[in-house]
Design a protein around this ligand. Structure first.
Ligand code: DGT
Length: 233
């Protein structure tokens, strides 16, 4: 009887998945170096989840051009170009079809707009006219193209902690990243996901303590498994 029950539950979920034909979609958000990639990789062990890691490699090599490096070296000149490419690659990930009932995606169009572009606007890195163009694109996409999000996992980390991690991993483009930049990005994430003072938040937020080091973080990650996996068959 128990086996029949399990089979029935699986069949129901499968039927719902194909009827819905849209996966339960989870965004993984948090500051640079907060452990988003590690979090996504934790879910490799489970079936029925599509894992979409951030397209940093595409940003580092667009027809031979390293847009990430150009942006860090000369933001006044390259920030607009970089953000428009980030938005395109993010939209592609949001729209990418999956055959599994759960889709886990690192970052999103939302953090690009509400954290990174917002920071550039505040700091004057981009001209107000450039900001207006990026914002119009964002609004157009948000209005016209269905982007469904069911849950946001926020890896909340202290700026000084991520600063140390970034220093240790030594990604060449990030050598010039100062602590003040990470503090600014941290408060933009907080405004967006915790204080909700800044802008719309597309889904409920599950907060995870991302200050813990690798040896302890798995336990913390496990707390989110139930909410994410209950959708999987
Ligand atoms: P993780 O796994 O939490 O350590 O994640 P990271 O640090 O590999 O990934 P992420 O998205 O925080 O940052 C990758 C690099 O790309 C980092 O140097 C910041 C930069 N980045 C990501 N998205 C944007 C964006 O929309 N605008 C700007 N300016 N930079 C971005």
């Amino acid at each position: 009887l128990r086996r029949i029950g399990i089979l029935y539950e699986k069949a129901t979920k499968l039927a719902m998945t194909s009827l819905n034909s849209r996966p339960f979609t989870v965004l993984v958000e948090g500051n640079i170096g907060s452990g988003k990639t590690t979090f996504v990789e934790h879910f490799k062990q489970f079936e029925d989840i599509s894992l979409l890691t951030e397209p940093v490699e595409e940003w580092r090599n667009l027809r031979g051009w390293n847009l990430l490096d150009l942006m860090y070296k000369d933001p006044a000149k390259w920030a607009m170009t970089f953000q428009s490419y980030v938005a395109m690659t993010m939209l592609e990930m949001h729209r990418r079809p999956t055959s599994t009932p759960v889709k886990l995606m690192e970052r999103s169009l939302y953090s690009a707009r509400y954290c990174f572009v917002e920071h550039m606007r505040k700091e004057g890195t981009i001209h107000p006219a450039q900001f207006a163009v990026l914002d119009e694109w964002f609004r157009f996409i948000d209005r016209e193209i269905p982007i469904e999000v069911d849950l946001i996992v926020y890896l909340r980390a202290t700026p000084s902690v991520v600063y140390e991690r970034i220093r240790k991993r030594a990604r060449s483009e990030e050598q010039c990243v100062p602590l003040s930049y990470l503090e600014a990005l941290h408060s933009l994430h907080e405004n967006w996901l915790v204080n909700r003072t800044h802008a719309e938040c597309p889904a409920p937020v599950l907060m995870i303590d991302a200050d813990l080091d690798l040896s302890q973080i798995t336990e913390e990650y496990k707390k989110s498994e139930h909410q994410i996996l209950r959708q999987a068959v």
